[in-house]
Design a binder for this molecule. Structure first.
Ligand code: TYM
Length: 337
């Protein structure tokens, strides 16, 4: 199977929870759009709705979220004619593959994954117990990736070790049962920190997130009230850009000249934090304005049309996954009798 494959296979997913924020966009979706325009790759982008129920099952929200994220994909520039766009729930064989992998991975391996530890603590602090689905979350991810024999996985930094696990599973399967899976590699996008302190901007990590269709005045409020280096208590106090998340935003969203200006101005106190934030705000608004506009357009697409896109993509991706899972089962002595 490996020998037949010439093109890179790019695959990634987004959970159907909450609104899509700048972290999801810069870390993942922006990469999706770039890969889509590369003629040497086949692209698979999906809504990870099965991964959306590991903490809480809210049927209406997950269904709405699945359609919303499909709309965000379209607003960001993904094109169902160029990329296979689908929902994880359209491919039952992914759960089957995930089960096969569950039997190859030890409990300590998944229990020690940072994602599990963080989420477990969060759930326990809310008085709930972690689910088995949360524990095996990365194994279902491995099934998503290996089910289409994905070779490149565009994700944010926080997902890198999950792609590593998929790689380990592929290697272990190939050595035990013969080469079937190509070893996937992560393609890491920009890391977007929170603007209210430490940590990443996240759907569940607290703090405000910048939705990709955020209103201009809301964006302004978040950026202008962002935390900066505490050393800059007064305008005349010099600061250290390494202690400031606004400086990280400059590195991602500003021109080289603007970065130089902001860093020098911070270190010699020739500019105030507000001057510095205003430039980030200008650049973020330039990025978000067209997304906001396109999101307004796609919001008007009826659910029926969105479901049709997911249906078509689901059929296409499922065919590939079915063949891979059938082959994996055969090799493991588990034919469909
Ligand atoms: P989700 O929805 O939590 O995140 C989607 C993507 O957004 C990236 N991301 C960030 N990147 C940079 N800075 C941030 N602050 C930030 N916050 C989130 C995440 O790294 C991710 O790429 N488990 C996946 C969904 C998934 C998946 C897969 C991905 C399920 N199966 C198979 C790849 C391959 C997730 O984190 O979704």
């Amino acid at each position: 199977m490996n020998d037949q494959k010439q093109k890179e296979v790019v695959l990634s997913g987004i959970r159907a929870t909450g609104s899509i924020h700048l972290g999801n966009y810069s870390g993942a979706i922006q990469q999706f759009v770039k890969f889509q325009d590369d003629p040497d790759v086949d692209c698979f982008f999906f809504i990870a709705n099965l991964h959306s129920i590991t903490e809480k099952i809210e049927p209406d929200l997950v269904l709405k979220g699945t359609r919303d994220i499909t709309r965000v994909f379209l607003a960001a520039g993904l094109d169902p004619e160029k990329s296979t766009i689908y929902a994880q729930s359209s491919i039952p064989e992914l759960c089957e593959l995930s089960w096969l992998f569950n039997c190859m991975v030890t409990v300590p391996t998944v229990a020690n994954m940072p994602h599990f530890k963080e989420k477990k603590d969060l759930m326990q602090s809310r008085g709930t117990k972690e689910t088995a689905g949360l524990l095996t979350y990365p194994i279902l991810m491995a099934a998503d990736i290996l089910g289409v024999n994905g070779t490149i996985v565009p994700v944010g930094k926080d997902q890198e070790y999950h792609v590593e696990l998929a790689r380990d599973i592929a290697r272990s399967f190939n050595s035990k049962f013969g080469d079937l899976f190509t070893l996937p590699a992560a393609s890491i996008g920009d890391f977007i920190p929170s603007l209210q302190g430490s940590g990443k901007m996240g759907k569940s990590s607290g703090g405000q997130t910048i939705a990709i269709n955020i209103a201009a005045d809301e964006l302004k409020k978040i950026v202008l009230t962002a935390m900066t280096d505490p050393a800059r208590a007064r305008r005349t106090d010099p600061g250290d850009p390494r202690n400031c998340n606004v400086a990280s935003y400059h590195h991602i969203f500003s021109s080289t000249d603007e970065v130089t200006w902001a860093e020098a101005g911070c270190m010699n106190a020739s500019i105030g934090c507000i001057d510095c934030k205003k430039v980030v705000l200008k650049n973020l608004e330039a990025l978000i304005a067209p997304l906001r506009e396109r999101y307004e357009e796609v919001a008007r697409i009826p659910d029926k049309e969105i479901d049709e896109i997911l249906h078509e993509g689901g059929i296409k991706a499922r065919k590939i996954v079915m063949a891979v899972v059938g082959e994996a089962k055969e090799r493991m002595g588990l034919p469909f009798f």
